[in-house]
Design a protein around this ligand. Structure first.
Ligand SMILES: [Zn+2]
Length: 90
């Protein structure tokens, strides 16, 4: 057994790094984690890290859309208010 193999068997190989599941926190080899999720949680249909960040992106887009809608709505209300004032004056 050469020193490198010995080091690998003691400390684990580079591709056998340990990682934790983002849902249940179970510690397992990173190669068993798919997108940060362990096998058990994958079976439960829980989303991975990538789809979670995708969800976050969608939430951000929704938030921006909501704010824009609010601005448009306020502008609409203001326009109606100004028009009703103008009509009352005429
Ligand atoms: Zn898990």
């Amino acid at each position: 057994m050469n020193p490198k193999d010995f080091a690998d068997s003691v400390f684990g190989k580079e591709d056998e790094k340990k990682g934790t599941c983002i849902h249940c926190g179970k510690e397992t080899y990173e190669k068993w984690l798919e997108d940060g999720v362990c096998e058990e949680c994958l079976e439960k249909g829980l989303p991975g890290r990538l789809s979670l960040s995708k969800d976050k992106k969608i939430m951000n887009i929704m938030l921006v859309a909501m704010v824009l809608l609010l601005i448009v709505f306020l502008f609409f209300v203001m326009t109606i208010f100004v028009f009703s004032e103008v009509i009352r004056l005429v």
